[in-house]
Write a protein that binds this ligand. Structure first.
Ligand SMILES: O=P(O)(O)OC[C@H]1O[C@H](OP(=O)(O)OP(=O)(O)O)[C@H](O)[C@@H]1O
Ligand SMILES: NC(=O)CC[C@H](N)C(=O)O
Ligand SMILES: [Mg+2]
Length: 485
């Protein structure tokens, strides 16, 4: 999951995009980029690293214009360290297009072949985003005959993008001299919200972003989610057009956004992430109560940061004291989205420290939002023991992650998942915990979608059921062999 934002403003847009990217930093730490359109001239700046270290004052000054977009990358395809693969991606025809993408395409071998053989397009990286921008450019090129571009032509191009591309994509593109385009895959797997700010002067100002907290912070009103399959086209003057471009759109958003990826103060697909996490805690508490004698737990403890809402709720529902025993180094980022296992392992140790006064002689129930590779949980159990804990029960507000995620979260290899091919007692042994309790799949789904209009979630990493038909065992084998470098 990356973070994306696009803004059509009446003012210079560079600082607005920068501020939005800072708020989306939790969605990607590998690289970042900003592009702006000044009439028909495009300006682009991208670099490896996080937002605060990637832009210098002179870079920002060069980003001229009132329409712009930006990206923070958490690589899921290609190479996480290659600056060439930092987004946005640019193609010069038709008009000049710059695109940012959150998601992961799942028919990349086929697209690579078609673009080379049929469309005669050159690809210079292994990024799936480079494929997406080229498919878009190719389909747009087919629609236009003169210099003009109207929204219907853009929407027809997106219909054809939907027909060719599989997987997840929430994307925003600048089309030089014409406007800002945003579109979401027909399942709406990755999030995208639309906001508006009335200036009282000229046309409205518009924003599209991965998460609603960006809108709130910049004073935009949340208009709605971009619908699955929908495309939105906004002219530089603030005129907005939208159209459903998919034949059979159905909203099946990614469950992992609610479990871990998104910030709790965001609302996506009409569901408050914070409230979803509280409900996950409620349901988890019910499961814990089934398996654990109550006198057995002295304290409930979260693993900062993402499990805090669920852990609070577990403690409250079980009537057990909530204590914070792990102190977090705020200068270390999110470890799960770092590239490379060695880096992730080292960072967990740098990030979290156990305060022995909270552990000595106690039976601790630890709550994490999820257990994926087990990097965090193995270290945590060891830290708790070294700090003097008596008994360590580990719990996860999400079910066991047993299958690769192919829609925009970097966990493509079965063998790296601590729960793959293991029963729960075997996982507990691997982690060194005295007991291990996971959320049930049905409880997770019920907790997240409660009271909303969402009927089902993309949960393939928990169930092995992939929503797009092209995820075959052969595809998963291929993915393991070509995994992210
Ligand atoms: O089993 P693993 O492979 O370790 O992955 C799961 C862990 O990684 C994440 O934490 P992270 O440090 O990324 O971010 P957070 O501070 O938001 O919890 C998540 O919250 C779990 O703690
Ligand atoms: N996490 C994402 O959305 C990644 C986007 C794209 N697949 C990349 O690797 O750059
Ligand atoms: Mg965590």
């Amino acid at each position: 999951m990356c973070g994306i934002v696009g803004i059509v403003s009446s003012q210079p847009v560079n600082q607005q995009v920068y501020d939005a990217l800072l708020l989306l930093q939790h969605r990607g730490q590998d690289s970042t980029g900003i592009a702006t359109a000044d009439g028909s001239t495009l300006h682009l700046q991208k670099a490896n690293g996080q937002v605060r270290e990637a832009y210098r004052t002179r870079d920002m000054r060069n980003l001229v214009g009132t329409t712009g977009l930006g990206h923070v990358r958490y690589a899921t395809k290609g190479n996480a360290f290659n600056e060439q693969e930092a987004q946005p991606f640019y193609v010069n025809a038709p008009y000049g297009i710059i695109l940012v993408h959150n998601g992961n395409l799942t028919n990349t071998p086929q697209l690579t072949d078609e673009l080379f053989r049929i469309d005669r397009r050159h690809l210079n990286t292994t990024s799936d985003t480079e494929l997406l921008v080229n498919v878009l450019a190719n389909e747009l090129q087919d629609q236009v005959s003169g210099l003009d571009l109207n929204p219907e032509q853009v929407f027809t191009a997106i219909e054809r993008v939907h027909n060719r591309v599989e997987g997840s994509y929430a994307a925003i593109a600048l089309i030089a001299g014409h406007g800002l385009l945003a579109f979401r895959d027909p399942f709406g797997i990755r999030p995208l919200v639309l906001g508006r700010r009335q200036t009282g002067l000229v046309g409205d100002e518009w924003i599209v972003a991965s998460e609603s907290l960006v809108l709130e912070s910049a004073g935009y009103e949340l208009v709605r989610d971009v619908a699955p399959g929908e495309a939105i086209f906004i002219t530089p003057d603030g005129e907005m057009f939208s159209k459903q471009c998919a034949r059979a759109p159905v909203l099946i958003p990614c469950s992992f956004e609610y479990v871990y990826l998104a910030r709790p103060d965001s609302i996506m697909n009409g569901i408050s992430v914070y409230e979803a996490r509280l409900r996950l805690g409620d349901k988890l508490a019910d499961t814990i109560a089934k398996y654990t004698p109550m006198g057995d737990i002295d304290v409930v403890m979260p693993i900062p940061d993402s499990s805090r809402p669920a852990a609070m709720q577990v403690a409250q529902k079980l009537g057990v004291e909530y204590r914070e025993g792990f102190y977090k180094n705020r200068y270390v980022g999110r470890t799960f989205i770092m590239p490379g296992q060695a880096e992730r392992k080292k960072s967990v140790k740098q990030k979290l420290n156990a305060m022995s006064s909270e552990f000595k002689g106690k039976n601790i129930l630890i709550v994490d939002d999820s257990i994926v590779r087990g990097t965090t949980s193995k270290e945590i159990v060891q830290m708790a023991r070294e700090a003097g804990a008596n008994k360590v029960t580990f719990t996860s507000a999400a079910p066991p992650v047993r299958f690769p995620h192919v829609y925009g979260i970097n966990m493509p290899t079965r063998a790296e998942l601590v729960a793959h091919g293991r029963k729960i007692p075997e996982i507990a042994m691997e982690m060194g915990a005295d007991a291990l309790i996971y959320q049930e799949v049905a409880d997770m789904q019920a907790a997240i979608i409660a009271g909303s209009e969402v009927n089902s979630l993309e949960m393939s990493c928990f169930t092995g059921d992939y929503i797009s038909g092209n995820i075959t065992p052969a595809y998963l084998d291929w993915l393991e062999q070509t995994q992210l470098s």
